[in-house]
Design a protein around this ligand. Structure first.
Ligand SMILES: [Zn+2]
Length: 319
């Protein structure tokens, strides 16, 4: 069994998005309660989050953007630049704590105290751009994690694998011209889904050309297409890049029962996705991986999919 860390903090529930917003505190409550009920939580190393130091937020985001976000919360606004991005007074503090949870998990994996970790955090991050919130995201948790690995832990090459059903436009753009971070995303085709980026010809810019790889999936497609695209696109990209560390943008909204997408990935299909990634992790990064929650909105399915994913991280389950 792999020693697996679990980042969770009740303060993540304080980011109040209002009634009827899909990115609700109930998502984390459902995950946490399910892990308690199934006994899975007892098998994990609990990691307490601390707010990230602002210098790490600034490693990705523009200082004026950070200030604007903090002020919007202080002023008591209920949305930030777009109705999707619901905020409350606590949101910016919670966003610092979400990043901090990821950085703590990275520290513990790098020190060898744990083998790997899952971060049950919110708000999510992969749509957040350098200077703009998008799609329920304010700080790009995983992008900041990649910079932290490089600047605080001396890691040269970081791969980010994003299997949320939406393309991580923010993460892609942050590292567009950077050959030291490989960004791979499998997501619903941009002609049919938010945010409208992530076509297969988007492969990076300048020095970063060839360090972005996108696998768009047409609506209605599921397990077979995921299997085909991951073997065809992800596996060779990782093999060529030889990452020293892998971060996951783990979204569970591609599931057939998740109303946020038109893709039909099944529960077994999600097991396959995790297994392919873990095979790469074991082969290239000495087993080191930190998985970070992004989307997933079906409150019945999300906890089950997260449990399965974590069990596979622990090597208590395999595909
Ligand atoms: Zn999503």
């Amino acid at each position: 069994m792999k020693k697996t860390g679990f980042v969770y903090d009740e303060r993540y529930l304080l980011h109040d998005t209002g009634a009827a917003h899909p990115e609700s505190p109930e998502r984390l409550i459902a995950i946490y309660n399910h892990l308690v009920k199934t006994g899975m939580l007892d098998k994990l190393v609990k990691i307490e989050a601390e707010p990230a130091n602002k210098r790490w937020i600034e490693s990705v985001h523009n200082i004026h953007y950070i200030t604007k976000f903090e002020e919007a919360c202080i002023y008591g606004l209920t949305e930030f630049e777009h109705p999707d991005n619901a905020i409350c007074r606590e949101t910016s503090d919670v966003a610092y704590l979400a990043v901090g949870g990821v950085l703590k998990a990275i520290d513990l994996v790098m020190s060898g105290e744990i083998d790997r970790a899952f971060c049950a955090i919110r708000p999510p991050g992969h749509h957040a751009e350098v200077s703009a919130p998008m799609g329920f995201c304010y700080f790009n948790n995983v992008a900041i994690g990649a910079r932290y690995l490089q600047r605080n832990h001396g890691i040269k090459r970081v791969a980010i694998i994003d299997f949320d059903v939406h393309h991580g436009n923010g993460t892609q753009h942050i590292f567009d011209n950077d050959p030291t971070v490989l960004y791979y995303s499998i997501h619903e085709h941009p002609s049919f889904a938010y945010p409208g980026t992530g076509r297969d010809f988007e492969e990076g810019i300048g020095e970063g050309d060839g360090f972005t790889k996108n696998s768009p999936v047409l609506p209605g497609r599921g397990d077979e297409e995921y299997r085909r695209l991951m073997m065809q696109d992800l596996v060779p990209a990782i093999k060529k890049f030889e990452p020293e560390f892998i971060l996951l943008s783990a979204g569970f909204d591609a599931h057939i029962d998740d109303m946020m997408s038109g893709t039909n990935l099944t529960t077994d299909g999600y097991d396959f996705v995790t297994q392919v990634i873990l095979n790469l992790v074991n082969r290239y990064t000495n087993g080191k991986v930190v998985s970070v929650l992004e989307g997933g909105y079906n409150l019945e399915m999300l906890p089950v999919l997260v449990e399965n994913h974590i069990k596979m991280l622990c090597e208590l389950r395999s595909f």
